[in-house]
Design a protein around this ligand. Structure first.
Ligand SMILES: O=C(O)c1ccccc1N[C@@H]1O[C@H](COP(=O)(O)O)[C@@H](O)[C@H]1O
Length: 220
């Protein structure tokens, strides 16, 4: 049984959001980046606080982030651009009296130089690894997860980038590897997006349910 958390990202349609809440993911991502086809335009319905509403931002200003935080009652902030460590530290300072999680994203091509993480330590609650592609996010392609076996940090991370139902087996194998190497607390969550869509921003509930069930099953 894998205890890995699930984040469903790129939600923007009220009815679809209500359906996804029934599935009880741990996080739900709302994208506040105008160039994204999943950009939040409609009103977002009230949802259970057990599903952490996560705002996804790309090189946005602190002011913009704080406005969305308040308007949408966000519980987590995902920084999906080239935000500097100094920026993350400044945001953390602004949020210090609030119980808001910060997730800093890093894009992986074929290799990843983990040295860059050092300056970000302590500025985010979680790191997130996504695949580098032509768009800032939502490229629907996976990277070589083997690189994560050299992860040197103690900050837990989200696994992201092109994850679909077909990847469930490989995710469980990766979880098992982290368990066997006594690092199970590091592979914290899996983040899914475009590979579960019928149209941009419209998630397929049946596919997501199958994926969630498959992650929970104790077979490889
Ligand atoms: O999905 C988008 O349009 C998007 C735009 C800008 C920043 C992030 C975005 N999505 C994030 O991309 C990753 C991976 O998505 P995919 O599974 O490859 O489709 C995910 O973390 C989303 O939060």
């Amino acid at each position: 049984m894998t205890n890995i958390k699930l984040k469903v990202c790129g939600m923007c349609q009220p009815e679809n959001i209500r359906e996804i809440v029934q599935l009880q993911p741990d996080y739900m991502g709302l994208i506040f980046f105008k160039k994204s086809s999943r950009f939040v335009k409609a009103e977002i319905p009230e949802i259970s606080s057990e599903v952490k509403k996560t705002g996804v931002f790309v090189n946005a200003s602190i002011d913009f982030i704080l406005k969305k935080l308040e308007k949408y009652q966000l519980q987590a902030i995902q920084l999906h651009g080239e935000e500097s460590a100094e920026f993350c530290r400044g945001l953390r300072q602004k949020l210090k009296d609030k119980n808001i999680e910060i997730i800093k994203v890093f894009s992986v091509k074929e290799e990843f130089n983990f040295d860059v993480l050092e300056q970000y330590e302590g500025t985010a609650d979680y790191f997130l690894f996504d695949t580098k592609g032509k768009n800032k996010g939502g490229n629907g392609i996976t990277f070589n997860w083997e690189v994560l076996k050299n992860y040197p940090s103690t900050t837990p991370f989200f696994l992201s980038g092109g994850i679909g139902i077909e990847e469930a087996k490989e995710i469980k194998e990766l979880v098992q590897w982290f368990q066997q190497n006594k690092k199970e607390q590091l592979l914290y969550a899996v983040d899914v997006n475009s590979r579960f869509e019928d149209a941009p921003g419209l998630k397929n509930i049946e596919k997501l349910q199958l994926f969630k069930d498959s992650l929970a099953k104790n077979n490889y």
